[in-house]
Design a protein around this ligand. Structure first.
Ligand SMILES: *[C@@H]1O[C@H](CO)[C@@H](O)[C@H](O)[C@H]1NC(C)=O
Ligand SMILES: *[C@@H]1O[C@H](CO)[C@@H](O)[C@H](O)[C@H]1NC(C)=O
Ligand SMILES: *[C@@H]1O[C@H](CO)[C@@H](O)[C@H](O)[C@H]1NC(C)=O
Ligand SMILES: *[C@@H]1O[C@H](CO)[C@@H](O)[C@H](O)[C@H]1NC(C)=O
Length: 271
């Protein structure tokens, strides 16, 4: 029984040898020696290497994947941050716009307060530093006025005022009318120019509705024209070559806010 088994084994080995030889023969390669231990080790090593490579690739893949996820997360965060920043910036812009509008409104209010305050100071101290008119000029509402007590022709008066960047006095509303009335002017040229013989005189109160007020300084005077002057409560028309005193007017500068804080009253006045 055991002999039989041995035989069978041998035979099997033989036949497998023969088969192997046959196989290599058909391929036509010089038959290598039977697979040695070295070859198997090398195969094993190769397999191991492949495995290692695979594991390495796997690890690399995982690293790549996790890094990608982290980076995507960072990118998302960055994107969100950017959007929030943009929202904040636009909010800030709106806020700034609101703030600057508020500042504008405030400075307008401040300017109005300073002007009112300066008016009060001017009433007490006519040459207070805050007065928005040149020295010796009077201040009424938004205009500056100066009385020139020199007898000049109407045109010379216009030219004189012009040189001061001003024009001859006009009285176009009640406020100025009352201001001029209080001055009780005797024979002062007005910025009134009309055709001769059209009118002789009118009450000062009526003159605010006159259509003869100059719109701007003019030298366009000829001998067919009459010029107006104020004498007490009346306005008269006469030859423009007559000579009268005159009054110039010009727009006041804005009141300088800080100038209202300057104390113009000499210390002596308090003691
Ligand atoms: C946006 O504004 C809010 C509120 O003012 C603030 O909490 C947040 O930090 C701001 N975001 C950025 C990105 O500046
Ligand atoms: C800006 O002003 C408007 C109204 O004038 C208001 O509705 C808005 O809330 C203000 N915005 C900020 C950021 O102050
Ligand atoms: C008149 O205005 C001009 C230009 O605006 C200026 O240079 C000049 O100094 C002014 N003259 C007077 C007397 O205010
Ligand atoms: C009156 O007229 C003057 C110009 O002549 C002007 O500056 C002033 O603002 C006017 N006042 C009123 C209350 O309309």
């Amino acid at each position: 029984m055991s002999e039989e088994v041995m035989y069978a084994d041998l035979k099997f080995q033989d036949s497998s040898k023969g088969e192997n030889i046959h196989e290599f023969d058909t391929v036509g390669i010089k038959a290598p020696p039977a697979p040695s231990r070295g070859w198997r080790q090398r195969a094993l090593a190769l397999t191991f290497l492949c495995l290692l490579l695979l594991i390495g690739l796997g690890i690399l893949g995982i690293i790549f994947y996790t890094t990608l996820k982290i980076e995507m997360g960072k990118l998302n965060k960055l994107q969100n941050f950017k959007e929030e920043l943009q929202r904040n910036v636009s909010l800030q812009l709106i806020h700034n716009m609101n703030s600057s509008k508020m500042i504008r409104d405030l400075s307008i209010t401040l300017q109005e307060i300073a002007t009112k305050l300066c008016h009060e100071l001017y009433k007490r101290e006519p040459e207070h530093k805050c007065k928005p008119c040149p020295e010796t000029w009077m201040w009424h509402e938004d205009n500056c006025y100066i009385l020139i007590d020199n007898y000049e022709t109407w045109q010379e008066s216009v030219m004189f005022c012009s040189a001061q960047n001003a024009s001859l006095l006009t009285i176009k509303n009640k406020s100025v009318l009352e201001f001029i009335k209080s001055k009780r002017l005797r024979k002062y040229w007005l910025g009134l120019l009309t055709r001769k013989y059209q009118k002789n005189y009118q009450r000062l109160d009526e003159t605010i509705f006159s259509s003869d007020w100059l719109l701007r300084n003019t030298n366009d005077v000829n001998d067919r024209m009459h010029c107006g002057y104020v004498d007490s409560m009346y306005v008269y028309y006469t030859d423009c070559t007559s000579t009268m005193n005159f009054m110039c007017e010009k727009l006041a500068n804005p009141v300088k806010i800080e100038s209202t804080l300057m104390n113009e009253i000499p210390d002596g006045k308090y003691s």
